[in-house]
Design a protein around this ligand. Structure first.
Ligand code: GLC
Length: 532
């Protein structure tokens, strides 16, 4: 039944493992560290943790270059540490979702070593090899997401291989049935160990044009954008055959009870929703990044929510995200005051919310000096403003040395104000964003309307965003003021008012409101509607 499905009614919390908790004093987070903080995660009231890659890796792209899909990198611990993490999470009622990175492996993966060893190796076809053009240039004009040609010449075997990301991340060939089967075994390996689901990295990339045609130029491209944007990714991503591949993964996942398949997809809404698959045979949740990409105003957000709701296939369950390890943090994008409004939006929209660690303490942009840059994208295309380090900095637990994250200088710097911006301090401060997140999560968990109810927009004018969530007799209204001035919302038809359940200021609970709902600057309100 809908309401009992954990990944529909629940909340996912993303942990970037290098930055959650270091247990062995090397300045980098690890699995025993995460396990030691699971009480905190469960205490927030979320239902699942998604952990970004922890597999053996040369770390060219911080674990998104996997050298063994069925292991744990010693930097993060061991398989036994993972088993212990899963056991503790399950004791606490938390599900564990792993990152699955099937589009490419590391160039250090034994499969790639075999593949590049000779043109006749049985695993040659597990990767994407092509001849040079007659003049020796790459097979087509495709560009790497991190800049430069997406083709790397291999002197020994006289062909190019394709890499959508770093040259250390050769793309796997999902048209090859043996590769598919090997990857399905990887999914089984982790589910047999109790893993509850997967977030599949760049799932829309898995199949490329069979003829490897050139991508057309992007007429809207301008300097200052990453090179990848100079071409429209018409032939390199989002190919029709990808849906068979995803349906294949989904069948494997469905062989196990109660698992979830989440896909990472950066596409416009009308393309995104095709990833639910024919008859919902695709990803349970194709990640919906619209709130990351939108201008932060009421009109734009109301429009995109409506478009998304309208575009969903019958039976498809929505999901919402404010940030992740690839995107500037929400508080950095819209400021501290609106970050609280955003929290209310994320946790009251219809659909599974995914929170990004640190957003609940209002972590904003952490300055990373040039000599401490880690992100390979920034190193390849410096200065364009796409450095991902500022959103990957350590979790700030207390005001002690290294914010309680580590006993060592961490791999990325802490926020300058970490002595104020940390879990311990904000837990004590009654009106803090952390306590707001806790209240929002508790309210959502206790309300069928908020967790699984229908979504009904309430007509309202800029800068107010308003909607209802309805489930049976339960009718909840949400009013969000996206402005730094006070504004009054007016209910033009029923319901004619109600009682405030929560303000983003964490006061006013219990106050009655009528058809006019006064909102303070940057205030969000959840109101239980008076029926009748
Ligand atoms: C995804 C990951 C990102 C990584 C890329 C290549 O977009 O989220 O961090 O760099 O894929 O694997």
């Amino acid at each position: 039944m809908l309401e009992n499905t954990w990944w529909k009614s629940g909340i996912v919390y993303q942990v970037y493992p290098r930055s959650f908790q270091d247990s062995n004093g090397d300045g980098v987070g690890d699995l025993p560290g995460i396990t030691s903080r699971l009480d905190y995660v469960a205490g927030l009231g979320v239902n699942a943790v998604w952990i970004s890659p922890i597999f053996p890796s040369p770390m060219a792209d911080f674990g998104y270059d996997v050298a063994d899909y069925c292991g744990v990198d010693p930097l993060f611990g061991s398989l036994a540490d993972m088993d212990a993490l899963v056991a503790r999470a399950h004791e606490l009622g938390l599900r564990v979702i792993l990152d699955f990175v099937p589009n490419h492996s590391s160039d250090q993966h034994p499969w790639f070593a075999e593949s590049r060893s000779s043109r006749h190796n049985p695993k040659r076809d597990w990767y994407i090899w092509r001849d040079a053009k007659p003049d020796g240039s790459p097979p087509n004009n495709w560009v790497s997401n991190f800049g430069g040609s997406a083709w790397q010449w291999d002197e020994a075997t006289g062909q190019y291989y394709y890499h959508a990301f770093l040259r250390e991340q050769p793309d796997l060939n999902w048209r090859n049935p043996d590769l598919r089967e090997a990857m399905h075994d990887v999914l089984r390996f982790w589910m047999d160990r109790g893993i509850d689901g997967f977030r599949v990295d760049v799932i829309w990339h898995l199949i490329k044009d069979a003829e490897f045609r050139d991508n057309p130029p992007n007429p809207g491209y301008n300097e200052g954008r990453p090179e990848i944007d100079s071409l429209l990714q018409v032939h390199s991503t989002d190919q029709p055959e990808v849906h068979d591949v995803i349906a294949g993964m989904r069948r494997v996942v469905d062989d196990y009870p109660d698992r979830v398949l989440i896909g990472e997809i950066y596409l416009p809404v009308e393309r995104l929703v095709t990833y639910y698959g024919k008859d919902l045979s695709g990803a349970h949740l194709p990640f919906n990044f619209q709130l990351i990409q939108t201008a932060w105003n009421a009109h734009a957000i109301a429009k995109l929510v409506n478009e998304y709701e309208d575009a969903l296939p019958a039976g498809g369950w929505p999901n919402w995200v404010l940030g992740n390890h690839d995107q500037p943090r929400i508080a950095a994008r819209i400021g501290a005051a609106q970050a609280r409004v955003a929290a209310m939006l994320l946790l009251t929209l219809r659909g599974t919310p995914t929170m990004y660690y640190g957003d609940e303490i209002g972590l904003a942009r952490v300055e990373v000096p040039p000599d401490r840059v880690q992100d390979p994208w920034e190193k390849n295309e410096p200065g364009l403003g796409f450095n991902r380090d500022p959103e990957r900095t350590p979790m700030q637990w207390d005001d002690g040395a290294h914010a309680g994250f580590s006993s060592h200088d961490p791999w990325l710097p802490l926020a300058e104000d970490y002595r104020q911006c940390n879990v311990a301090a904000l837990s004590r401060e009654q009106g803090s964003i952390l306590n707001l997140y806790r209240r929002l999560i508790a309210l959502r968990g206790a309300s069928h309307a908020l967790s699984v109810g229908s979504y009904v927009p309430i007509p309202s004018a800029e800068p107010l965003l308003a909607f209802r969530r309805v489930h049976g007799e339960e009718d909840v209204m949400v009013f969000l003021n996206l402005d730094a001035e006070p504004h009054t919302a007016e209910l033009r038809c029923r319901p004619a008012g109600g009682r405030i359940l929560l303000s983003t200021y964490l006061d006013r609970a219990g106050e009655e409101v009528g058809v006019k709902v006064a909102l303070r600057p940057n205030e969000g309100l959840i109101v239980s509607a008076t029926r009748g």
